[in-house]
Ligand binder design. Structure first.
Ligand SMILES: Nc1nc2c(ncn2[C@@H]2O[C@H](COP(=O)(O)OP(=O)(O)O)[C@@H](O)[C@H]2O)c(=O)[nH]1
Ligand SMILES: [Mg+2]
Length: 291
């Protein structure tokens, strides 16, 4: 049996969270086409007959870090990177151009002296492709995989490689592995996870800067009966104009967001969910919820 900690690192949007969800066969990390979707470090447990792996999904290192939230997220990502990891997965997206943000992450990756795997993701997409801009990396890394995290192409051989790179060491103890949670998620409680699902819907359904000015909080989860769970949650946004847009005409938007979120929570828990979802203006949520 092998055990180990695997760090996922790469620019926002390259597909780290999609990869994690598809390896675990269960959604633990929210995903969206917009950067900054992941705001938390996520630690999730994968286990099979080969052993146990903790995946550490990082929110990505942003190139521009003017706003305080991105700064905080960056600090957390950097702290996770300096935790003791056994293997590092550096993921790139060949459908976007190489830029200074990539260079910054590559600098961090180079400084980590651990077994590393270069993963070129989204190979299901043929165009656009900037693969020639990344090819030079293939000679720098000992292990290279071209995968589609979304379509689950070449994910199995990558997982096998991760196990191959871990030392055979059944006595090695990783404290988090001993933790017993009903879920593969090791560091996020159910309130936070449900809030994340709501936030994901906002990322998927709202345009412009609204997702970035928004967070979600779950105040209460109450089992009303064996089948029905009541959840009270709020979407917080920085100003009244966004609040109006989130509510939508006649409350249509918030109903839609709530309905998608509710269905997903119901699916994840196998229970009927009553979701009481409201929108509030709170210009200071960044300081309160991401301190
Ligand atoms: N076509 C395609 N899209 C992908 C693939 N992996 C991820 N995506 C999409 O890329 C976007 C960003 O993915 P996400 O996992 O949130 O990226 P992260 O920021 O690195 O965690 C989402 O819209 C995903 O559906 C892939 O292999 N192929
Ligand atoms: Mg992510």
């Amino acid at each position: 049996m092998k055990t180990g900690k695997i760090l996922l690192i790469g620019r926002p949007n390259v597909g780290k969270s999609t990869f994690l969800n598809n390896v675990l066969n269960q959604k633990v990390a929210i995903t969206s086409p917009k950067p900054q979707t992941t705001r938390f470090i996520i630690k999730a447990l994968y286990a099979d007959e080969r052993g146990k792996i903790i995946f550490v999904d990082t929110p990505g290192i942003f190139g521009r870090t003017k706003d305080p939230l991105s700064k905080k997220i960056n600090e957390k990502s950097l702290a996770a990177i300096h935790e003791n990891v056994d293997v590092l997965i550096y993921m790139i997206d060949h459908t976007i151009r190489r830029d200074f943000e990539e260079a910054r992450i590559l600098g961090i990756v180079r400084a980590i002296k651990k077994p590393k795997i270069l993963v070129i993701n989204k190979i299901d997409i043929k165009e656009p492709s900037y693969l020639p801009q990344y090819i030079y990396l293939e000679s720098e890394f000992q292990h290279v995989f071209r995968i589609s995290a979304l379509k689950k192409q070449h994910v199995k051989p990558l997982l096998q490689k991760i196990f191959d790179l871990l030392p055979e060491d059944s006595l090695k103890k990783i404290p988090e592995i001993e933790q017993k949670t009903p879920y593969p998620l090791l560091n996020i409680d159910s309130k936070t996870f449900i809030a994340e699902l709501i936030r994901e819907k906002v990322f998927l359904m709202m345009g412009e800067e609204i997702p970035y000015s928004t967070t979600a909080v779950v105040d209460e989860i109450r089992e009303r009966s064996d089948e029905l769970t009541y959840i009270k949650a709020r979407i917080l946004t920085t100003n009244d104009r966004y609040k109006k847009m989130l509510i939508g005409e006649g409350g249509r938007k918030i109903k839609e967001i709530g309905s998608f979120a509710r269905k997903e929570v119901a699916l994840a828990t196998g229970k009927k969910i009553y979701l009481n979802l409201t929108v509030q203006t709170d210009p200071h949520w960044q300081e309160v919820y991401y301190s």
